[in-house]
Write a protein that binds this ligand. Structure first.
Ligand code: PBG
Length: 326
């Protein structure tokens, strides 16, 4: 036996770090934060162990806890004090995200990204203005073009409050262009847009909908979020967002869509983000609780796979734990 090729030569402890292709670091991670205007104390999120909804008064403390682990970027989601048909608390100057953003950006050095969507603010839980009779007829859904005006207003109000970056997640056609226009019109030409460019209609969002109280009251989101069966369509979605001025391209969820992450990485020069969503977090926790998986190992292996597929940035509920372990 005369083997010239022995890949095992490069697997000893000394050489492994030298030949490692992919690394995780705290600077790749964005930690989601839930700010809740309906509570004055922290409320644990049952489906997402270790996460909680925090009142506006604790938003700064929460962000400082995250920064202590080395993670500097946060994504803010808001639970408003009240909801209505059009989701008007989403663009209120004294809204929950606006208020939290103002405090966090003035009192900390965190990089604040805000979620721009209506589903947490509408009483029906859909991501835009509804067609008449949508509750009775499942073929009817969100009115695209009317929703664009509202998304522009939301993004503008976040930027006015000091948001460093805005992230539209509603999969409304034209959302990036409408938001770019609204931001530029008020002089926020330097606020980048991270578009949820390829966001699938995924059952992995289940735990988040509890966390942010944004489950649709009827129907589902298949008329605006993407069909999980489609890959080519993701390129079309991304093309449109690039044309409209998206600065960062996101794929969501992450693990079940690593083929899409890779495809977008290879086809575009923009930074690519992947959202390791609530269900991806919850399932590892559930298995670890039963003693079936080692949480720290499977979490870092999962995030490494997302990095290996080509993501530059990862939004993940594991951000703090991972950064702590690094
Ligand atoms: C909607 C939004 C959702 C998530 C982020 N933004 C939920 C949805 O589309 O139903 C999901 C995040 C997660 O599951 O972690 N604005």
């Amino acid at each position: 036996m005369n083997l010239t090729q022995r890949p095992r030569r490069l697997r000893t402890d000394g050489v492994r770090p030298l030949v490692r292709e992919t690394d995780l670091s705290a600077s790749d991670l964005i930690a989601p934060v839930f700010v809740d205007a309906t509570t004055d104390e922290r409320v644990p999120i049952e489906t997402m162990p270790g996460h909680e909804r925090v009142p506006v008064d604790e938003a700064v403390d929460r962000v400082e806890e995250i920064r202590e682990t080395g993670v500097e970027a946060v994504m803010l989601f808001g639970v408003p004090e009240s909801k209505d048909e059009r989701g008007s608390r989403a663009w209120a100057e004294d809204g929950v995200v606006q208020e939290a953003t103002r405090r966090i950006t003035s009192e900390t050095d965190a990089y604040v990204i805000t979620d721009v969507c209506l589903c947490e603010y509408t009483d029906h839980g859909h991501c835009g203005v509804l067609e008449d009779d949508a509750a009775e007829d499942p073929r009817l859904t969100v009115r695209n073009d009317e929703t664009l005006d509202l998304l522009g207003k939301i993004a503008a109000s976040h930027a006015a409050a000091g948001a460093d970056m805005v992230a539209p997640s509603g999969m409304i056609d034209g959302m990036v262009g409408a938001i770019r226009e609204a931001l530029d019109a008020q002089g926020n030409t330097d606020v980048p847009i991270m578009s949820y460019a390829a966001k699938y209609e995924s059952a992995f969002y289940g735990p988040f909908r509890d966390a942010a109280d944004g489950a649709p009251a009827f129907g589902d989101r298949r008329h605006y979020q993407m069909d999980p069966a489609n890959a080519r369509e993701a390129r079309r979605e991304v093309d449109l967002d690039v044309e409209q001025g998206a600065d960062v391209l996101m794929v969501k969820p992450a693990l079940p869509y690593l083929d899409i992450v890779k495809e977008i990485r290879e086809s575009y020069d923009h930074p690519v983000a992947a959202y390791n969503v609530s269900g991806e977090y919850a399932m590892l926790h559930a298995a670890a609780e039963k003693g079936w998986l080692d949480l720290e190992s499977v979490a870092s292996e999962s995030l490494l796979s997302i990095k290996r597929a080509g993501a530059d940035l990862i939004l993940t509920y594991f951000a703090e734990d991972l950064a702590d372990a690094l």
